[in-house]
Design a protein around this ligand. Structure first.
Ligand SMILES: [Fe+2]
Length: 426
């Protein structure tokens, strides 16, 4: 119970750090399809905790009469979220604190296994919104959040080249031994993987700039039909926040400021179409999610000619993530250079598979055979078939979320999320 209480407090600390300094105007912000009003979003986080733990698991009555009408994301249409009779900031923060206090009281008294599931769910739900708040601040050009992390691993440089991963049978998906998992990870099932070569690190800003510099965004042959349609619609000439070459280096808008791009950090804020176009230009391809998983947590049999049975818990082994292994949980509030964090390498020598930036895969977000929705029915099911899978987590992702088996998913046009990509040889 103490672990859950500590996790509740930890997630809330991040939520508050990302929102406390915003003005009332910023808490509402402009109506955009890719963001929520921050004031709505944090109230929704509180509501989700209340709905699944206090009400669903413990049978308590609602705290606020109108909470479902305000904050149930399944029923409150996105475009209406700017026009609701939300409580003011003190009201919303007060409601969240009230819910948290009641959760901590219940945990103090002890809870059963079924209730525990809903605490784990609602903690991870807050984790996801914490990451969304981080990239919302980037989207809206709000100030860089106050930050406690260090840039100790900065300046590590480039890490180019491929590694060989042998083929074989792979158990794609999670198992009950993995602890809390989401419905779309169920369950591990065998897939065949052919031998492949995959990059030791994600594509860097420098490597992506080479594509921009040869007019890649104006060369239709590098783009799929859907990718080109997006590019035309968005009038994209370069990644979303890139500004111009200044003295040989690209600058970009980071939060509210213009800064030089770190040449050897992974490119981020690129969408799936941009990743696909870069691959076509570079004569590379994205890994499938099975390949990504095998490169991250697979091991070779003796002699190295096939994938061994079984998988590691994390790329580096069994130890829980820490700052020397992965850039997670705002260890830094930006990605490290791709050569950093050697201690976190996978068995095959892939670096930063966990943390730093999410990695787009070639795979469509589809259910595994035998899928059935968990109690939060709208988590996966409505989105199957229209999203691409991302793996690995970013610097803004909680280690609770960024397990190797976790399948993140976004539409291929989303360039506002903290995503880059790693490639395979053709
Ligand atoms: Fe949500």
């Amino acid at each position: 119970m103490e672990v859950l209480a500590a996790q509740l407090r930890d997630a809330r600390k991040h939520t508050r750090r990302l929102t406390d300094d915003l003005s009332n105007e910023q808490l509402m912000g402009p109506m955009l399809p890719i963001v929520n009003p921050v004031l709505w979003e944090i109230g929704h986080v509180g509501w989700f905790h209340e709905y699944w733990t206090l009400r669903h698991a413990h049978g308590q009555a609602p705290i606020l009469d109108r909470a479902d009408r305000l904050w149930n994301s399944s029923t409150v249409a996105h475009t209406t979220r700017w026009d609701l009779d939300l409580p003011d900031r003190n009201g919303v923060f007060g409601y969240m604190t009230d819910v948290l206090g009641r959760q901590l009281d219940r945990l103090d008294g002890g809870i059963d296994g079924p209730a525990r599931y809903f605490y784990e769910l609602s903690i991870r739900h807050e984790d996801m919104h914490v990451e969304a708040l981080a990239y919302t601040r980037q989207t809206l050009g709000y100030a860089r959040p106050e930050h406690r992390g260090s840039a100790a691993a900065q300046g590590a440089g480039a890490w180019s080249g491929d590694v060989d991963v042998p083929g074989g049978r792979w158990q794609l998906g999670s198992t009950p031994a993995d602890g809390f998992v989401f419905d779309n990870e169920k369950w591990g099932h065998e897939v065949a993987i052919a031998p492949f070569r995959i990059a030791k690190a994600p594509v860097t800003n420098d490597e992506f700039a080479a594509f921009v510099d040869v007019d890649g965004y104006r060369t239709q042959e590098f783009w799929s039909a859907a990718g080109w349609a997006w590019r035309e619609r968005a009038a994209a000439e370069r990644p979303a926040y890139w500004l111009e070459r200044d003295g040989g280096r690209w600058t970009w808008r980071r939060y509210e400021k213009v800064e030089p791009l770190a040449p050897h950090a992974p490119v981020m804020f690129v969408n799936w179409y941009e990743a696909e176009a870069w691959c076509r230009w570079a004569k590379r391809r994205l890994p499938t999610e099975a390949e990504w998983e095998a490169a991250a947590i697979g091991e070779p049999v003796a002699g190295g000619l096939a994938l061994a049975d079984g998988k590691r818990r994390w790329p580096w082994g069994e130890a829980e993530p820490d700052a020397a292994l992965a850039n997670l949980d705002f260890a830094s509030d930006e990605p490290y250079d791709v050569a950093a964090l050697a201690a976190g390498d996978s068995a095959f020598g892939c670096r930063q598979m966990i943390g730093n930036v999410w990695e787009w895969t070639a795979s469509d977000f589809v259910p595994f055979a035998g899928f059935s929705a968990d109690p939060y029915e709208d988590y996966s099911q409505p989105w199957f078939g229209t999203r691409k899978v991302l793996r690995g987590g970013s610097w803004a992702t909680s280690a609770r979320i960024a397990r190797p088996g976790y399948r993140n998913f976004f539409t291929p046009d989303r360039n506002d999320v903290i995503a880059g990509f790693r490639t395979c040889a053709l």
